[in-house]
Ligand binder design. Sequence first.
Ligand SMILES: [Zn+2]
Ligand SMILES: [Zn+2]
Length: 322
Amino acid sequence: MKALILEEIGKLALREVPEPEPGQGETLVAVTRCALCRTDAKMWLRGQRDLVLPRVLGHEICGVRESDGQRVAVWPAESCGKCSHCMAGSENLCGNIRVLGFNKDGGFAEKVMVGESSLLSLPSALGDDLACLAEPLACAINALEQSETPRGANILIFGAGSLGLLLALAAIDLGAIPTIVEINRDKLHRSRMFRIGLGIAAVESPGSGLFDIAINACPASETFHQGVSRLKPGGIFCMFSGFNQDENFPSCWINEIHYRQLRVVGAYGCARSHFTKAVNLLDRSQDEVRLLIDKEIDLESAPEGLQEILAGQALKIEVVFR
Ligand SMILES: [Zn+2]
Ligand SMILES: [Zn+2]
């Protein structure tokens, strides 16, 4: 089968490799779509904490289970199923988790080997073009859950990239009111159809209003200061993206957390329950979500696609296997 392999940092190579052999409890999935993620691009060029090389990247996957021809979305992880985090439904915190495209081979290949319990059958009306976006949407749903989002909450979202927009979609589904901040005019423009469809306000700076929750869907560390200073007393800042550079945060920023009794929470990846909710929300929001897909490419073109994603020139690009 064909697979795009990250052999070393900076070196992606299209190779012919043997099909993986499923072990106990595993199954082969013929990949139909794998969406490109900014994290894939960053891993290619800079590495990542959880990346183990060589590796087939790609963690936004859907396909067909070989054993029965069922269309499935792939929750891109395998957890131990026994630890306290797994038992509590927070599998993404499992100490023994393996994640497809990070430390287990992912979806930039014609076939991927997956644990049976990581597969979710797709509703018949949900196309593969949308189903492969279940993972990023599930991560957004996790962030809103960590932020304890109530109905009517005003949420400040930094970044009008695909994750910021999926956060807004999931926030509206919870009855919350998102406002997106995006300093890049091209990105504001690129996201307009999606935002108009959902009636989401977007601004170049957050102004003077106060919010219940702030979430960063971009790596700029200034978003921490901006977010914290725009929170109501008792508000929550959710760190959804890691920050770009090493940064010494001035104590006056951190003291805001103390004086106004703010909370800072983290969100990383998604659990199975978030993934199930995401597939359901995609099914209910098909027309809107389709507006995020800029381009469909073949596996050979994935490196150029990743460059475009990294440069912020596209919202979502999907590799299509025929
Ligand atoms: Zn991703
Ligand atoms: Zn576990």
